[in-house]
Design a protein around this ligand. Structure first.
Ligand code: MLT
Length: 254
């Protein structure tokens, strides 16, 4: 489907109360494939490749969370869906929260997976600047490093082939798309109060040793926003590192 003359790729399978799965930075809807192949519940499952990722095109120089959320909204309009649950991984969680702020009546439940409602700290903003510079000079080096950094050394060993597949795919993403996502994440709004105000069921799932997000900070934010909090062993890719437990959560939120 087209959004602003750009192709936005999505998949929809099964029927029932719809769930939208949003991937993180340098990923695509493929990150959910393995889980969805094993899932046998009664819900419609929609995956969307966010702009500049997977098979979706680049819209502009800065893919703000609001821009990405509008692309998601267009897909939901095409599918004629009025209310959905979200499972948002990391950047996908930031996009889910931007969607929640704009279209609160369309959100049933929200699951933030290895994600946060907080904005970037000043230090993280500086890191984004360095990353933007590096992607432009050496995309391959940046992609390899960024994806290797998602996991602990133990998980890294265990999921070598999966990480390789993520890297291989991410290397195909255009430099402009990677940069636009970094720019968008850097300037994203703090949405702690948006999440706190939300009356639907809300969950935060965190990796105990997530190298990207501090586990204790996320736990505090979950308490502050009234989210149910679950922690899992491992790093930033909880749904892959703890697939069986994650599948149980997917059934549990039905
Ligand atoms: C992601 O996995 O989407 C990113 O690591 C999120 C971020 O850099 O804030």
């Amino acid at each position: 489907m087209k959004y602003k003359n750009t192709n936005i790729f999505y998949t929809s399978r099964r029927t029932g109360n719809p769930v939208v799965l949003l991937h993180g930075f340098l990923e695509s809807g493929n990150i959910w494939e393995d889980l969805l192949n094993d899932y046998s519940g009664n819900r419609q499952m929609i995956t969307i490749d966010l702009p500049g990722h997977g098979k979706s095109g680049v819209i502009g120089k800065n893919h703000t969370m609001e821009e990405m959320e509008e692309a998601v909204h267009h897909v939901l309009q095409e599918l004629k869906l009025e209310k959905v649950d979200f499972i948002g991984h990391s950047m996908g969680g930031y996009v889910s929260l931007a969607f929640l702020e704009k279209y609160p009546e369309m959100v049933g439940k929200i699951v933030l997976l290895n994600s946060t409602p907080a904005a970037d700290s000043e230090e993280r903003k500086e890191n984004r600047e360095r990353a933007i510079d590096l992607v432009q000079r050496n995309k391959e080096g940046f992609v390899n490093m960024a994806i290797s950094n998602l996991l602990t050394p133990e998980s890294h060993q265990m999921f070598q082939s999966e990480l390789k597949a993520i890297k291989t795919e991410a290397l195909q993403f255009p430099t402009e798309g990677i940069t636009a996502a970094l720019e968008g994440m850097k300037i994203r709004k703090d949405r702690i109060s948006v999440l706190a105000r939300f009356k639907g069921e809300k969950f935060i799932l965190a990796g105990e040793q997530d190298p990207i997000l501090n586990h204790n900070d996320i736990k505090t934010l979950a308490e502050k926003t009234g989210c149910k909090f679950y922690s899992f062993p491992g790093g930033h890719l909880t749904s892959m590192e703890n697939k069986e437990e994650f599948l149980r959560i997917m059934y549990f939120i039905e």
